[in-house]
Ligand binder design. Sequence first.
Ligand SMILES: Nc1ncnc2c1ncn2[C@@H]1O[C@H](COP(=O)(O)OP(=O)(O)OP(=O)(O)O)[C@@H](O)[C@H]1O
Ligand SMILES: O=c1ccn([C@@H]2O[C@H](COP(=O)(O)O)[C@@H](O)[C@H]2O)c(=O)[nH]1
Length: 235
Amino acid sequence: MKYKRILLKLSGEALMGDDKYGINTQVLTSYAKQIKEVADLGVEIGIVIGGGNIFRGLSGVSKGFDRVKGDQMGMLATVINSLALQSAIEGAGGKAKVFTATKMEPVGELYTKAKVLEGFQQGYVAIIAGGTGNPFFTTDTASALRGVEIEAEVLLKGTRVDGVYTADPEKDKKAVKFDELTFTEAYEKKLKVMDLTAFTMCSENNLPILVFDMNTLGNLMKVVTGERIGTLVKN
Ligand SMILES: Nc1ncnc2c1ncn2[C@@H]1O[C@H](COP(=O)(O)OP(=O)(O)OP(=O)(O)O)[C@@H](O)[C@H]1O
Ligand SMILES: O=c1ccn([C@@H]2O[C@H](COP(=O)(O)O)[C@@H](O)[C@H]2O)c(=O)[nH]1
């Protein structure tokens, strides 16, 4: 096993699959299956999931919403995705708990590092919802923060592209994929690996990021068992 404790960041947008909005049940089921398989190997898994498939605070501003309210709506969107994932993991026969950044019982338990580690000991996957709890941040930053807090060995960014490219591969067909690069190289080349706040947090705390395609069944297992797929970003 390459990793014993991981923080898996799942893209909200990737959860839409080919749909235009919301949660695609096929994608959700595939995520749950992959997570359960890896949890069964004894890997401790913390998960932060985005909300872009439902709502983003910034997009609300253009529709006349106050930014802070919009961001709170975005954070609630991540809670909706987290509950869906918990339900799917349980449906696949696994054990998962939802922790929330702000008080929301009985939807989820208030997040603390200690409760997450206790959950790991009891065999639970920890889904850490509600972003950082603060507006003007993203779930990329929440995943960097929670990854550092729970002492994960790596931040696995599971998304719908298979790594970091010289340019956005969804827009530039000539973009070339990197197998590995340093934080400094990614910063200098202005590559969109994660937003800058998240990126800096990972770099300063020496938490490597591995970007990989989570929408291909079996990829999460490949990553945790050390098969070289995706792009690794490290100091
Ligand atoms: N240089 C690059 N290499 C790879 N992907 C890139 C690059 N630049 C931009 N991207 C885009 O980043 C996306 C992946 O980022 P991410 O998983 O954060 O998606 P998101 O839509 O922002 O997710 P969320 O819904 O969680 O906010 C890809 O879909 C890709 O189009
Ligand atoms: O710490 C946080 C995390 C998220 N938000 C808001 O939620 C949405 C959805 O998150 P994504 O990372 O974009 O998927 C985000 O756009 C913010 O509006 C937040 O305010 N604080």
